[in-house]
Design a protein around this ligand. Sequence first.
Ligand code: SF4
Length: 399
Amino acid sequence: MMERLLTVTGPDLGRHLTRHGELPLRGPARPGSLGPLADEIAAAGLRGRGGGWFPTARKLAAVAAAAGSRPPVVVVNAMEGEPLSAKDARLLTVAPHLVLDGAALAAETIGADRVILAVPVGGLGPMLRGVVTERARRGIDPVSVEVVEGPDRFLSGQESALVRWIGGGPAIPTAKRPFEQGVGGRATLGSNAETFAHLALIARHGASWFRSVGTAEAPGTMLVSVSDPDIRVLEVPVGTPVGAVTGPAPAILLGGYGGAWLPGDQARELPLAPEPLQAAGATLGAGIVSALPYGACGLRRTAAIAGWMAGQGARQCGPCLFGLPAVAGDLALLADGRATRTDVDRLCARTGLLPGRGGCAHPDGVARLVGGALRVFGDEVEAHLHGHCVETLTYRRAS
Ligand code: SF4
């Protein structure tokens, strides 16, 4: 484990300045070009930690290029709609100033005049408003900063949904690309809170320091939310084996509710890095590792998640209106031991129809989750077709 981001300073600005020093502003961007920090971010190879792992330097350049004559906006996405993720809340609790430093530096780099920090309602909003007020009183940030509290739903953290909600609309995805047409119609840089915290450290310690851990393709450390079953947040170098953060398990869910199950022994050998996990049929996403307890039924767990995900869809497109509820219903039938082989064939066919047909990747995530579960829990599928379930069997033995 490492502690670059998770060194506790809390909301106290003095503790933060003692630990990390002053905000290292480099000077504003000139019209039509990026600020001086852009080259350091590109050399560091920083990639977004919200799940997409997109190169941050390319995103900065795209927003700056799309901005035109109106200054862009920076949105710090800490909505964390994924129930198995706790990293944004943990990071903002232990190091809120580091996140805001990174947002201010990103704003300076692209010439933005406004930073919006978005968190779920009912959480850290009041504490963060205090932090922002104290920074304003001390004149830390070169731009205006505000905290908004959005609806605590799975899709609220989707970038276009969040930008739409900030603009006064519903928190559901839109086809508009935020980097071109975001908050108030302005080009908008939306990135995960962790990405900004890394950016703040790169500005202080440089690209070589950042690259001294992690992999060549994905340098640095990352925050991982591990549930086995209680959720813990760890900071590890990218590329750390899954087995270093969680113990033996019959199966491990990687990438969260839109991720994929892998057999436990296989998963524990894999590195926590985006490309290797993708090659194995899983996804790193926002760094979620969830171990299935021994004695628990993976099909029942997956059916519960699929049912929840079907309820989170925005119901704008066909897959959300019809596909997700149908798949969730079929899987619930199987998990309850009431499905026939014909039902399972229909479930496989319906799952195969989900990817690539929605306005966003929400249905694709459910297809990956359910398709992977049917493969990894193949023995359980057969057992359920014969009325047996490892979990309910355990209950029967216990009674
Ligand atoms: S697939 Fe679902 S969540 Fe995505 S845009 Fe369409 S209705 Fe919205």
